[in-house]
Design a protein around this ligand. Structure first.
Ligand code: ADP
Ligand code: ADP
Ligand code: ZN
Length: 214
């Protein structure tokens, strides 16, 4: 099962992608996580990506396409995968389709987690990320057992720099301009499914399971 998660920044793509990966036993591939790991390790890719990410802009297509195409060709992807944060532009979607077609494969489902802009800024200001393992929480909606401490690994939680309100507004603009056209792209491909992302996390997941099957 090959799945793409679509939706605005903060819509809950990562939250749902992790649950999908666990239930269907497929890898969760987050380009944002890959970039943040590269930044942490001080790689050349990380240094390049950081200048764009800090400004709330997309990293150029040429820095992300090959990375994802190589990743989905790895052995753990034979039974499928859930892509979170990729594709984010029409050229990325076209490059992915082309690379998959070359090996006789295709994406099965594109799931749009739909959350209006009004909810996003509030949601993002409450998002907290673990500095150790990258797990994501929310002060109100997905709190940790002990405030400020990761349930999974015990490390400290932070507000991502790009989740501050000014940058979130910029990212939302970038989303509408460059990523939202993918809704039409996957509608035309006949594989778009939309779920309401404003309801409780577990209810969003149930709606997704209804689409993907038990
Ligand atoms: P969110 O989950 O909040 O939408 P991500 O963690 O997916 O954010 O992405 C953080 C940043 O990483 C983006 O704002 C962008 O700069 C960069 N990024 C991640 N994926 C891509 C991609 N497919 N194309 C271009 N830039 C990307
Ligand atoms: P994305 O990957 O789309 O940027 P995340 O999965 O990181 O989004 O979710 C953004 C924030 O909103 C996180 O703090 C997360 O805990 C919280 N969140 C995710 N889904 C919901 C939901 N259905 N209701 C309320 N908060 C949510
Ligand atoms: Zn952690």
């Amino acid at each position: 099962m090959k799945i793409i998660m679509l939706g605005a920044p903060g819509a809950g793509k990562g939250t749902q992608a992790k649950k999908i990966a666990a239930k269907y036993n497929i890898p969760h591939i987050s380009t944002g996580d890959i970039f943040r790991a590269n930044i942490k390790n001080g790689t050349e890719l990380g240094n390049k990506a950081k200048t764009y990410m800090d400004q709330g802009l997309l990293v150029p297509d040429e820095l992300v396409v090959d990375l994802v195409v190589d990743r989905v060709r790895q052995e753990d992807c034979v039974n499928g995968y859930v892509l979170d944060g990729f594709p984010r532009t029409i050229p990325q979607a076209e490059a992915l389709d082309k690379a998959l077609a070359a090996i006789g494969e295709k994406i099965d489902h594109a799931i749009d987690v739909n959350v209006p802009d009004e909810n996003i800024v509030h949601r993002m200001s409450g998002r907290r990320a673990c500095v150790g393992c990258g797990a994501t929480y929310h002060l109100e909606y997905a709190p940790t057992k002990e405030e400020g401490i990761c349930d999974a690994c015990g490390k400290e939680l932070i507000l991502r720099d790009d989740d501050k309100p000014e940058t979130v507004k910029k990212r939302l603009g970038v989303y509408h301009e460059q990523t939202q056209p993918l809704i039409d792209y996957y509608t035309n491909a006949g594989i778009l499914k939309t779920v309401d992302g404003t309801i409780d996390i577990n209810d969003v997941f149930q709606a997704i399971v209804d689409i993907l099957g038990e």
